[in-house]
Design a protein. Structure first.
Length: 128
C-alpha cells in the first residue's frame, strides 16, 4: 500500500469537500427549502411580451401535440405552436430555441424562447 503523504491527504480532503459541496447545491430558481412556486410543474397560461405562452402536463386537454419523453410529460406552447422542451438530469429545462441556456422551469423556457425569437414566429418542429 502506498505511503500516506501530506499531498495525498490534502488531495483526498479536497475531493471529499468537493463531493459534499456538490450535493448541497440548490437547483437554479429553487429556494433554500427546496420549494419554489415558479419551480412547480403546474399548468400556466399567460401573455408574455405580447405572446401567449402555455404549459401543462402532457395529456391535459387542449393543444394536443406529441411527446416522446424529452419534456418529462410536459407540453409548452408559444402562440399555440408546441415548443419542444427537455428536462436535464439536474432538473433544469432547455428548449429547441434556447438549447444552450438552461432554466429552472418550463415557464422560464417559454419566456426565454419568446425573448430569443424577438417577434419571429415559432415554427412547428418535425417529430422523429
Amino acid at each position: 500500500m502506498p505511503e500516506l503523504t501530506r499531498r495525498r491527504a490534502l488531495t483526498g480532503a479536497a475531493v471529499l469537500a468537493a463531493a459534499v459541496g456538490a450535493q448541497t447545491l440548490v437547483a437554479p430558481g429553487a429556494s433554500a427549502a427546496g420549494h419554489s412556486h415558479e419551480g412547480s410543474l403546474e399548468p400556466f397560461d399567460e401573455v408574455y411580451r405580447g405572446r401567449r405562452i402555455q404549459g401543462r402536463p402532457a395529456g391535459m386537454g387542449g393543444m394536443g401535440g406529441h411527446h416522446h419523453g424529452h419534456g418529462a410529460g410536459y407540453a409548452v406552447f408559444v402562440d399555440g405552436v408546441e415548443l419542444h422542451v427537455m428536462r436535464n438530469a439536474d432538473g433544469s429545462w432547455i428548449s429547441v430555441v434556447s438549447h444552450y441556456d438552461p432554466v429552472a422551469t418550463p415557464r422560464a423556457a417559454a419566456r426565454a424562447a419568446v425573448d430569443e425569437l424577438q417577434g419571429a414566429a415559432l415554427l412547428a418542429f418535425p417529430a422523429n
